[in-house]
Design a protein around this ligand. Structure first.
Ligand code: 9WO
Length: 257
């Protein structure tokens, strides 16, 4: 398979080493499951000082990234993707004004063959660049960062995990727990007693059917208590009689007496 093509516009290209050098995404990059090319707008500045920002029209504090160096950089990124046979690479701008990222969006983006990420800095990017070049604006959550790079890396990490063959068997099994619309159950490893706290007995029992039921109950119960919004979605998609029974039992057991 051809690698999934990521081109990233950033003033801080070395930050992206975090995804290409470590962990599951590092392994996927080494195995050429995806490629990541950075383009620094500073290299496309039209002056000898390598300026890429200027003060905002209308006044106010801070600086705004100029359209021209970004547009010169994105043309290089688009040409590169064209050479790979990617005719319409989607351009993603990471910002708090974007649509909130969901697993469904991650899945959809992972089905394409390439993406171009635009990482802003300072107070943002000249709106004319966004209008002319950006296809989707995505937010990873309702908070402000110092720039788009970390958000782009969150998205790249989430996308790369969806590419077939990236996760080994043991790594993909766990994914299903979020995909089934519930939070994960609690995990334990040795020792059996840690500072007086015991591992739940059912996990030592060796009865696999009991263990499976307990874990499902924990997933349902935690989703009910921590993320009622997710549980509502799960209920609307339909819960089995078994799941309903396990959740009711969890509620009984966790009632404050
Ligand atoms: C900075 C700022 C300072 C004073 C007054 C208003 C201000 N707005 C901003 C701002 O939003 N800066 C952004 C920094 C410009 C675009 C890149 N930056 C960014 C992206 N911060 N946070 C994100 C982000 C991206 C995706 N999901 C969550 C946050």
């Amino acid at each position: 398979m051809k690698p999934f093509a990521c081109d990233v516009l950033t003033l801080f290209p070395e930050m992206l080493n975090a995804v290409t050098q470590y962990g599951i995404t590092g392994r996927a990059w080494k195995n050429r499951i995806f490629e990541l090319i950075t383009w620094n707008p500073r290299d496309f500045s039209n002056n000898s000082h390598r300026t890429i920002d200027d003060s905002p029209y209308g006044g106010g504090p801070g600086m705004v990234m100029m359209a021209e160096p970004l547009e010169e950089a994105i043309m290089q990124a688009k040409s590169r993707q064209h050479e790979l046979g990617i005719i319409h690479p989607e351009v993603v701008y990471l910002s708090p004004q974007g649509k909130k990222l969901t697993h469904a969006m991650v899945k959809e983006l992972s089905l394409g063959s390439g993406l171009i990420f635009v990482c802003g800095r300072y107070e943002g990017v000249d709106e004319r660049f966004i209008v002319r070049q950006v296809d989707r604006e995505i937010s990873i959550g309702d908070y402000v960062l110092s720039g788009g790079e970390i958000a782009a890396m969150v998205l790249i990490d989430a996308i790369v995990r969806q590419i077939p063959g990236v996760l080994g068997d043991s790594e993909s099994a766990n994914q299903d727990s979020f995909v089934n619309g519930l939070l994960d159950y609690p995990h334990y490893t040795r020792p059996e007693i840690y500072r007086g706290e015991h591992v739940p007995e059912v996990l030592i029992s060796g009865n696999h059917a009991h263990i499976q039921r307990w874990r499902l109950q924990q997933s349902l119960g935690r989703t009910w208590s921590r993320r009622p919004d997710l549980l509502e979605t799960k209920i609307s998609h339909g819960m089995t009689v078994e799941e309903q029974k396990l959740l009711e039992e969890y509620k009984q057991l966790h009632k404050t007496r």
